[in-house]
Design a protein around this ligand. Sequence first.
Ligand code: ZN
Length: 193
Amino acid sequence: MNISNLAEQAEDFTGNIWYIDGSEKILVDVGTGDSWKSIRELEEVDKVVITHSHYDHVDNLTKVKEKYSPEIYAYKPENLDVDAVKISENDRLTLSDTEFQIIHTPGHKDDSVCLYSEEEKILFTGDLIFPEGGFGRTDLEEGDRELLINSIKKITTLDVDTFYPGHEDMVGQNANEQIQSSLEQAERRESKY
Ligand SMILES: [Zn+2]
């Protein structure tokens, strides 16, 4: 299973677009702006999973739907411009032959989820945490620092080798330590912006 970030070359501000290239072609989030240019080069997209419905993660969804007609999964389909299948806490989703567990992680936005594969020890975090102790902002609508702290605690119990955040680079080393560091930073309860 090869995972790459289709938003890497984008010049416009956008969330990451994680592309899982295996027996199925999967997008975790679809980004906004000129990141579409990388998505439209793909031959197919079978499934899309949305980590949360902020525009920088979902804006290209209508174009993706029109071009590829994938199955789309989201915690709150009603927050999207296209039809999607609802996913809930502890649901199992098979993506490219790998089973992922859905973990509801509110605090940055109510419909935030993480995707975890116990088998591969990989985690897609959306905007819950970022590298080097980073964590999602909680000053936006639906933001709540205490909820965010509880959500980060949920993922500290996982065994993670690699995590893929909604912004910045993937973390392939000391991932569990970095998750712990994000929890400690968030628990300082200092305002972030
Ligand atoms: Zn966000």
